[in-house]
Design a protein around this ligand. Structure first.
Ligand code: F6P
Length: 341
């Protein structure tokens, strides 16, 4: 079998672990040939690829990023490109394509599968917002990085009696903010799923100071926004990829709190540091399992499906179902987090 693999969309710790796992399973178990397209669907369209043998994937398990490179194609371009992708894949004799990507990549994969191309998807995103899987690899790494950052910020906040507003990634869903905020014991967590009122945060900080606690850490997802009319904040513009370009809610909120509280507040934007570097052991294991199961599924003739973690098992789920809507933080999880503020 000739397997084509590509990584598309924003990168994510664990991508290399999937590539390595696919190559090992495909070659060692089935004597397959694996080729890796460079820079996501762009490389596939341009016919840029390299052969992936065991040597090519040696030593990459713990490496962040992706050895294949990645790119984002605007959604409209992806839809147009479906036929071209199929034709190029046929030209290269690809029996099955394994795209590793987030919602945009998997939506394109689902369209390709519907158009008759054999596809087995592997979900990735640090945001953990892909439906039909309990977790995506990269999320644990992002949460670990954000947690460590907040642990560190607490000591400097306390020394200066400041409020730290820590902005973490999470455009549409607040999973990173929820879990890193809980793990670090943040005193407030703001998620895209529920508009926040700065007045509540002011009250929380004042109550802490009244109890003799002289600092506060607030964890805010980049996609969080204030309740209508509660604070001046302009929503971002939508870029060519269909994503909102945020206006820096962390900075806006820190300024607002400083003004209302008369205490020093500092914004800390963690940004892409959450996505870079070596994956945690958990993410390496999940990524390796996804790669293994993707190859197995391809050999069973499965198509139009992606790997998914359900409880402790890896199962295959339809791409169409997984990409129908994003997975948001449910109210019950927010309540659990609030109970420990
Ligand atoms: O990978 C998803 C994500 O981490 C979002 O949370 C964030 O908004 C986005 O990527 C930023 O990615 P980029 O700056 O690479 O477009």
């Amino acid at each position: 079998m000739r397997i084509g693999i590509l990584t598309a969309g924003g990168d994510c710790p664990g991508l290399n672990a999937v590539i390595r796992s696919v190559v090992h399973r495909a070659i060692s178990q089935y004597d397959d040939e694996v080729i890796g397209f460079e820079d996501g669907y762009e490389g596939l369209l341009d016919g840029r690829y390299r052969t992936l043998d065991l040597d090519a994937v040696s030593g990459i398990l713990a490496r962040g990023g992706t050895i294949l490179g990645s790119s984002r194609l605007p959604r409209a371009r992806l839809q147009e490109a479906c036929r071209e992708v199929r034709e190029t894949a046929n030209r290269f004799g690809i029996d099955v394509l394994i795209p590793i990507g987030g919602e945009g990549t998997l939506t394109a994969a689902s369209m390709l599968a519907e158009a008759g191309m054999p596809i087995v998807g592997v979900p990735k995103t640090i945001d953990n917002d892909i439906s039909s899987t309990d977790r995506t690899f990269g999320f644990d790494t992002a949460v670990t990085v954000a947690t460590e950052a907040m642990d560190r910020l607490k000591t400097t906040a306390e020394s200066h009696q400041r409020v730290m507003v820590v902005e973490v990634m999470g455009r549409h869903a607040g999973w990173i903010a929820l879990e890193s905020g809980m793990a670090a014991g943040a005193h407030g967590i703001c998620l895209p799923e529920r508009p926040f009122d700065p007045a509540d945060l002011v009250e929380m900080v004042q109550a802490r100071f009244a109890r003799g606690k002289k600092f506060a850490v607030i964890c805010v997802a980049e996609g969080a926004h204030p309740a209508e009319g509660s604070m001046d904040y302009r929503k971002g513009e939508i870029d060519q990829y269909g994503h909102e370009r945020f206006q820096g809610i962390g900075t806006a909120l820190a300024r607002e709190l400083e003004r209302r509280l008369g205490k020093e507040a500092r914004p800390v934007i963690l940004g892409h540091v959450q996505r870079g570097g070596t994956p945690t052991a958990y993410d390496r294991v999940l990524a390796t399992r996804f790669g293994w199961h993707a190859v197995e599924a391809a050999h069973r003739g499965v198509s139009g499906m992606m790997t998914s973690l359900r409880g402790t098992e890896i199962v295959m789920v339809p791409l169409a179902e997984a990409t129908a809507e994003l997975k948001h933080v449910p109210k019950s999880r927010m309540e659990e987090a609030e109970s420990v503020f």
